[in-house]
Design a protein around this ligand. Structure first.
Ligand code: ADP
Length: 315
């Protein structure tokens, strides 16, 4: 369990994080969503110990230590134990251009206390086996991003923290990324592999993030605006569901009057289709009523609000 309480981070006049409360549960996958400048990197850097909060509490397994300015902070031993279990993929990482992929990963394996053979194994897993003997100076942006992910996965981490891992990846790379997380046991639980694995992933790509993370934390201007599963966020935003109805041409009137009786929030015409906006609570009543109209309806599609719409509703 990692817990942040009333975390504030200031850079001079800029308040990058303002009173962030957040709990990261063992074995969960948590997505941190926010636009550029919302505080995601600052939050992750605090989580991995690269930056200290200006005030507030950060706790994880192990005894906390009292710091200056009202900060409670894990002690050295707690950090050491945490770092042994941690894989971190920073947003930017400076690799040595003259080293090959394999040499680079061998260097990270040494730092992580992982066996050297993992260097090549990991490059193969991220699809860079063939490029292992080439210098990083000749790698594309997407290839470097794969090296970055490979170094984070070295040493079989139990906690994986990723900052914008999808940047620079083509659709192939994105698919491979999800497959890798899955096989490494970070998507869904994998108890037979020996324990829980925790994933924290920050991204400004909300839809992709919701594929990787069960809970989503929405950050905006350094504050947590919402926290919950995609379903919970949708429900709390109370946005309407759209029912897109394709009536048989001679049944338009019947359907419009059936809809009218149930008083939807609105009904609009879109070419041959009728689009009824209804509340979540009304949804099933509408669907069963429309179902009762039988072959007067050629097609019915249900459009739930997207997470993007939920986000813009919060702003
Ligand atoms: P994100 O990762 O969501 O893009 P960041 O955490 O990088 O957001 O930045 C949050 C805010 O803090 C921004 O206003 C940014 O300019 C500021 N900031 C981040 N790091 C520094 C720094 N080292 N010095 C000054 N300001 C910073």
């Amino acid at each position: 369990m990692i817990r942040l309480e009333k975390i504030v981070k200031r850079y001079g006049e800029v308040e990058a994080l303002g009173l962030v409360d957040l709990e990261i549960r063992p074995g969960e996958s948590l997505g941190i969503f926010g636009h550029n400048g919302s505080g995601k990197t600052t939050l992750l850097r605090i989580l991995v110990g690269l930056s200290r909060p200006s005030s507030g509490t950060l706790l994880f397994d192990g005894s906390p230590q009292r710091g200056a300015n009202g900060t409670t902070y894990p002690g050295k031993e707690s950090w050491r134990a945490f770092h042994r279990r941690l894989g971190f993929m920073p947003e930017r990482i400076a690799f040595h251009e003259n080293l090959t992929g394999e040499q680079t990963l061998a260097h990270f394996a040494r730092l992580r206390g992982a066996p050297r053979r993992q260097a090549l194994e990991m490059l193969e897993r991220v699809g860079l086996g063939e490029a292992a003997k080439r210098k990083l100076g000749g790698y594309s942006k997407g290839m470097l991003q794969r090296v970055n992910l490979a170094q984070a996965l070295l040493g079989d981490p139990r906690v994986l923290i990723l900052d914008e891992p999808l940047e620079g990846l083509d659709p192939h790379g994105v698919r491979l990324f999800f497959e890798l997380l899955e096989t490494a046991g970070f998507l869904g639980s994998c108890p037979e592999e020996g324990g829980e694995r925790t994933l924290v992933v920050a991204s400004h790509r909300l839809l992709k993030l919701s594929d990787a993370a069960r809970r989503i934390c929405i950050l905006s201007a350094g504050k947590v605006r919402a926290l919950g599963t995609a379903e919970e966020l949708r429900r709390d935003a109370e946005l309407p569901v759209r029912l897109i109805i394709h009536p048989r041409t001679d049944c338009n009137g019947a359907i419009e009057s059936a809809l009218g009786e149930l008083s939807p929030a609105s009904v609009e015409r879109d070419g041959e289709r009728l689009v009824a906006s209804v509340s979540q609570a009304q949804k099933m009543t509408f669907i069963s009523q429309l179902n009762g109209l039988g072959d007067a309806i050629l097609d019915l599609r249900i459009k739930e609000p997207t997470l993007e719409e939920v986000y813009f509703e919060m702003e």
